[in-house]
Design a binder for this molecule. Structure first.
Ligand SMILES: Cc1cc2nc3c(=O)[nH]c(=O)nc-3n(C[C@H](O)[C@H](O)[C@H](O)COP(=O)(O)O)c2cc1C
Length: 356
């Protein structure tokens, strides 16, 4: 496709369509990423919930399916400080659900497995050389970041405010994802903790475009060609789409999550911290309604998830989505279920036609 008005991201990443698959930890697959890449978009793999060994296997699977560039994604949160009082308050808050389900509220919990970007993941980047490395929750320590750059990878990260975008540009990011409040999954916020003032995509993108010189990628609430064209009109050079790709058969979505996505209206999602300790948008379910959506008792990311996991394990097999994160953006109802490659081709063709 050669008819895109702004070619900066296409040239930076070596892709044909300015449509980027959002990395989605636990939901994306090499099949999903490679289908997007083969259709001319940017394929992405997320590492937040897997080990470096699993990341190596996912990259090998992707490389076997396509020769196109790869975006490898990492969380770069600070590991939480121990806070026994908060942990106890959280367990007490959840204890009634444990008792209802016949579980021991004091049962031992497994530790959360969300590692921030570290030396072990850096070794994966240095060995397997993803063309693009993206971060969520800011950027890693300078020492790690310099070594990522030394591999030749383009570095991008998410901004949820103009101040975060300016910070990322000053730190040398090659492009910036402007993540509006509509977005599904975790808010990339890192210079603010104020969820109430998070900015919507329509207001955020042009203000970030005005504030920085590097290309801007719009994310949040984009699920059809109208959204793609609107984002480009606001000055974005590309779009990053998550929720709409959850409807593709290549995505790994548990049945209760899939059912929630199928029926969710724009006003049935909320930003919650009850599943991980960090704000993230998902379909409102029982735990969010009862305990949140934002709870001061939830331990810091990623520890909140530890005490929720047994509740999920006890209920999901019965088809219940009461205690699992049903991540979704506000535009799920605009998504059309189809193979990911078809979705990229359809969005590109319809957007180019609309751009005239
Ligand atoms: C299910 C799901 C999982 C996500 N996981 C990640 C992740 O691992 N890393 C990341 O940088 N962003 C993640 N995100 C956020 C996306 O990068 C992106 O900002 C968002 O999907 C865009 O909004 P949309 O969902 O309305 O398209 C996730 C989003 C969803 C919906």
């Amino acid at each position: 496709m050669s008819d895109w008005p702004d070619r900066r991201i296409l040239e930076l990443f070596g892709i044909e369509n300015p449509i980027l698959l959002a990395p989605m930890a636990g939901f994306g697959t090499p099949a999903l990423a490679s289908a997007v890449a083969e259709a001319g978009g940017l394929g992405a793999l997320a590492s937040a919930t897997i080990t470096p060994e699993q990341a190596r296997a996912d990259i090998a699977a992707y490389r076997a399916l396509t020769a196109k560039p790869l975006n490898l994604n990492f969380f770069c949160h600070r590991p939480p400080q121990p806070d026994p009082a908060r942990d106890a308050a959280w367990r007490a808050r959840l204890a009634p659900y444990y008792r209802d389900l016949g579980l021991d509220p004091d049962m031992p919990l497994s530790a959360s497995s969300r590692e921030p970007f570290n030396d072990a993941f850096l070794a994966v980047v240095e060995a397997l050389r993803p063309e693009i490395v993206s971060f969520h929750f800011g950027l890693p320590a300078r020492r790690l970041l310099d070594r990522v750059r030394a591999t030749g990878a383009k570095v991008i990260s998410s901004a949820t405010t103009v101040a975060e975008a300016r910070f990322l540009e000053a730190e040398g990011c090659d492009a910036i994802i402007a993540q509006g409040a509509e977005a599904g999954g975790h808010r990339g916020m890192f210079l603010t903790e104020d969820v109430a003032s998070q900015v919507g995509t329509f207001a955020l993108v042009p203000q970030v475009v005005d504030a920085v010189g590097v290309p801007v990628i719009a994310a949040g609430g984009i699920a059809d060609a109208r959204g793609v064209v609107a984002a480009l009109a606001l000055g974005a050079s590309a779009v990053q789409i998550g929720t709409a790709f959850l409807f593709a058969p290549e995505a790994k979505v548990a049945p209760p999550h899939r059912r929630a996505l199928d029926r969710t209206a724009a006003d049935e999602t909320a930003i919650t911290n009850v599943f991980t300790g960090r704000p993230a948008r998902g379909v409102v379910n029982r735990l969010m309604r009862d305990v949140g959506p934002l709870s001061a008792d939830a331990p810091a990311f990623p520890l909140a998830g530890g005490a929720v996991a047994p509740l999920r394990a006890a209920t999901e097999p019965q088809g219940s989505g009461d205690f699992m994160p049903l991540w979704s953006g506000q535009a799920a109802r605009l998504a059309r279920p189809m193979p990911a490659g078809d979705l990229v081709r359809m969005l590109a063709a319809e957007a180019v036609a609309r751009l005239g």
